[in-house]
Design a protein around this ligand. Structure first.
Ligand SMILES: C[S@@+](CC[C@H](N)C(=O)[O-])C[C@H]1O[C@@H](n2cnc3c(N)ncnc32)[C@H](O)[C@@H]1O
Length: 391
């Protein structure tokens, strides 16, 4: 079995040779986002094969346009609640191949003309390869330069502030995570070393104050041997987003749980997984740079960080309920029963699959308790998010 992309392995090994062992989060950052050899930074031709039905993993937008269409419908309601600002800005961070944006823009152009005329869609993407794929999917709108823009970083929008919608789907789970384990010495962190041509892990003290603070805030009483992941980067992203938005909604879709559920004592091995060629493994030290790595999102900490920086939690639900609230039954009724597109749309709603593993966190700022159609059927309520302790 390959240890991974040879130049990437050499580059990580060289960093370890200089600095000594590195926290797992640094290893994951390099494996996914090394500027030349990281998984998401490879050539567009490589990435187009890796993400999709036949790739390492697929997202809702690879399955069916219905999520992008429902989000356009949700945006139209937000636009009306905001008094139809000009421009109405949508910021999508981590757009992947750009399919969600394509489905959103097509639906807006077709059904919500007034919004479409005032729409500015900003794609925030750190990978030049992914940006190139997005450009292909944005081709129908590239003749309207004021409509589509690309940014490497949301900070570029900070000066004017955003009136509109800040959106992401499967962004947070692609941020590098710290991995921790409870030992006889307390809570320790997994660090990565390189020995005899292999990456190996060792347990050492926590690498940063931000990480210790996060663990302390969770306040869980875990048994010895318990292993889990901490996404410190998710909280700094949320802080940045909360400060960026002027009036509007932050809508975050990802697979994840409340802290109470994610960090419950019986979830002993955490949720960290690697994806390669339509299969799942727990071997981050193999296929380095040739496979995706993810961990489920702690939505409680995201919501609490938003509250700390001026956002209000509007609601928390799952993809099935979100889509139902936006009238997905009517969209599905229009499809030929049992056709491949019908089956694909149903796949996004499966109660034991994408319909419930994917959650939707909605937050607002500069609006008074907005009542959104996507939150009409909430299986989870704000109180579920505010319970910090997993004990
Ligand atoms: C799993 S893919 C997202 C899939 C996509 N949203 C969809 O619905 O199909 C994660 C994407 O986020 C991008 N990304 C990761 N961290 C980022 C960051 N800090 N800023 C912008 N883009 C980021 C990756 O390069 C990749 O394109």
């Amino acid at each position: 079995m390959s240890i991974g992309h040879p130049e990437l392995v050499a580059s990580i090994a060289a960093e370890i040779a200089v600095s000594g062992p590195i926290p797992f989060a640094r290893f994951m950052e390099l494996a996914l986002y090394h500027p030349q050899f990281g998984y998401y930074m490879r050539a567009p031709e490589y990435m187009v094969e890796r993400i999709g039905w036949r790739g390492d993993f697929y997202t809702s937008s690879d399955v069916h346009p219905i999520l992008g269409q429902a989000l356009a419908k949700q945006a139209e309601q937000i636009d009306r609640l905001l008094g139809q600002p000009d421009p109405f800005i949508v910021v999508e961070t981590g757009p992947g191949k750009g399919l969600l944006a394509k489905h959103f823009l097509s639906a807006c152009q077709r059904h919500f003309r007034s919004l479409f005329e005032r729409l500015q869609y900003a794609l925030v993407e750190r990978s030049p390869a992914m940006q190139a794929l997005q450009r292909k999917n944005m081709a129908p709108w590239l003749d309207r330069p004021s409509c589509i823009t690309w940014l490497n970083d949301v900070a570029k929008l900070a000066q004017e502030g955003v009136n509109g919608l800040i959106l992401s789907n499967e962004l947070i789970d692609s941020f590098p995570v710290h991995r921790i384990q409870v030992t006889a010495n307390g809570t320790e962190e997994l660090w990565v070393d390189y020995q005899s041509g292999r990456f190996v892990e060792s347990l050492r003290p926590l690498s940063s104050e931000a990480l210790s603070n996060y663990v302390r805030r969770i306040g869980a009483d875990w048994p010895e041997g318990y292993r889990t992941e901490i996404n410190v980067h998710a909280l700094s992203w949320m802080q940045q987003v909360a400060q960026l938005i002027n009036r509007g909604i932050v809508l975050t879709i990802d697979y994840g749980h409340t802290a109470q559920d994610l960090y419950r004592p019986d979830r002993k091995a955490g949720t960290f997984l690697c994806y390669s060629r339509q299969s799942v493994n727990e071997e981050p030290f193999l296929r380095v740079g040739d496979q995706d790595m993810t961990a489920h999102v702690d939505f409680t900490s995201l919501a609490n960080t938003g509250e700390e920086y001026g956002l209000r939690t509007t609601g928390f639900t799952n993809q099935l309920s979100f889509l139902m609230g936006l009238g997905v039954e009517r969209m599905i009724e229009a499809l030929e029963p049992d056709s491949p597109t019908f089956k694909a749309a149903i796949h996004l709603l499966r109660p034991n699959g994408m319909g419930t593993t994917f959650k939707v966190l909605v937050q607002h700022k500069g609006m008074v308790s907005p009542e959104l159609d996507g939150l009409k059927y909430k299986p989870f309520f704000d109180s579920a998010l505010t319970t910090q302790s997993a004990a």
